[in-house]
Design a protein around this ligand. Structure first.
Ligand SMILES: *Cc1c(COP(=O)(O)O)cnc(C)c1O
Length: 407
């Protein structure tokens, strides 16, 4: 027995896959995907159970390593990313954890951008205790990645655009460097999602997600996933999942599964609002600098537009003008505190716009030197644009910015 596939015409597009890929209906014919809240699955007889446990029959056995709702989410996300398979994890961080546990061993070396998510940096640093060393290099300088390669390098890890500066790295160039050195390239595709950017089509071997962000898209659950070639996921990742169990709960998988249905229209709409807000921010006297990939002033603007389907994404960050770092922090706090609509939270990828001060939140655990290397200055404010009316968001930010400009 094998687990059946949905009968879709070949070459249907991303928007169609996002609502149709998964598993066939059950005999009840439900139109909305079923939520299988069950820890285990029953077998017709002992002989069949033995075959299923041995992996000779493909069937659901135990939800730590297989559940129909989770499988639907995995198949749908793999289809959107254009990879052969996907494995869902309990969080974005556990997606990185399962990658390290599945692919690396003591003595191996990793090259990682210094602009990646703060906890990602911490996790790679923690693995130095187990003999896996990581070199952190510039997000945007491909030559620095090449120079950091060693004979022991097994994995290159990139996140693009980066948080919170939206710096863009060249996925195809990094894939070439990785493959020339016999290593794999993993891209954290959290900020663009497959609706805007499909790293595997540009040569990345693995694509990971924090499903917590745009995939759910409504700030409800913590979830993660790794997408990649079917043989790699099945032979390396599934055994780790089976023994280590960083599994996604079926309920959270169902929430993400339904979130994927609206991913494309949300990303287009939020990305367009973010660009409009970015242009407006550039015109504010209290703003020194605005970061958004779709602005012509963005240092990797043309690369970003090629790589991200002509869209900048929904995250925009800006630096408030100030004479020194202390004042910059005060000014950033006052802009954040003057908002009445934006949610003050470090989360992103929600329909509700969120605003945060990265230097004291998401990047607060880093040393000042690491923050400087990542460009996270005290005057920086990050806005992850949701689905509110953009004029209301402008008014929300104008309150604090105008007060600074006239102070
Ligand atoms: C949030 C985030 C993560 C971690 O995901 P969790 O679901 O919070 O564990 C990893 N990478 C990026 C880019 C993120 O924004």
């Amino acid at each position: 027995m094998t687990i059946p596939k949905v009968a879709l015409p070949p070459d249907v597009r991303l928007e169609t896959l996002a609502v149709r890929e998964g598993l066939p209906h059950t005999p009840w014919g439900e139109n909305s995907e079923a939520l299988f809240l069950t820890s285990s699955f029953v077998h017709p007889d002992a002989e069949t159970a033995a075959r299923r446990f041995a992996g000779e029959d493909e069937a659901f056995v135990y939800s730590r390593f297989g559940n129909p709702t989770v499988t639907m989410m995995e198949r749908r996300l793999a289809a959107l990313e254009g990879t052969g398979a996907c494995i869902a994890t309990s969080s974005g961080m556990s997606a990185i954890l399962i990658t390290i546990l599945s692919l690396l061993r003591s003595g191996d070396h990793v090259v990682c951008s210094n602009g990646v998510f703060g906890s990602t940096i911490r996790l790679f640093q923690d693995f130095a205790r187990f003999g896996i060393e990581t070199s952190f290099v510039s997000q945007t300088d491909a030559a620095a990645w090449r120079a950091a390669m060693r004979p022991q390098t097994r994995l290159l890890f990139a996140e693009t655009p980066s948080n919170p500066l939206t710096e863009v790295c060249d996925i195809a160039a990094l894939a070439e460097i990785a493959h020339a050195g016999g290593a794999l390239l993993l891209v954290d595709n959290c900020f663009c999602s497959p609706a805007l950017q499909q790293p595997a089509r540009l040569g990345a071997d693995l694509v990971m997600h924090s499903g917590t962000k745009y995939l759910d898209g409504q700030g409800r659950v913590v979830a993660g996933a790794v997408c990649g070639p079917a043989d790699l996921i099945e032979t390396k990742f599934v055994p780790t999942m089976r023994s280590a169990g960083m599994s996604l709960s079926p309920f959270n998988a169902w929430v993400v599964l339904k979130g994927l249905e609206t991913l494309s229209i949300r990303m287009q709409a939020q990305s367009a609002r973010a660009l409009e807000l970015a242009h407006w921010l550039e015109s504010r006297p209290a703003v020194e600098r605005v970061h958004h990939p779709a602005l012509p002033s963005h240092p990797q603007h043309s690369l970003a537009m090629r790589q991200q389907g002509g869209q900048g994404g929904a995250v925009v960050s800006f630096v408030v003008r100030a004479p020194d770092a202390d004042a910059a922090r005060r000014h950033a706090f006052s802009v954040i505190d003057a908002t009445r609509i934006c949610s003050i939270t470090a989360n992103l990828g929600d329909t509700k716009t969120t605003i945060t001060h990265p230097a004291s939140t998401s990047h607060g655990r880093l040393t000042e030197a690491q923050r400087q290397a990542a460009g996270v200055v005290q005057g920086l404010v990050r806005v992850a644009v949701g689905l509110e009316h953009v004029d209301d968001l402008k008014a929300d930010l104008a309150r604090g910015l105008d007060a600074l400009a006239t102070a």
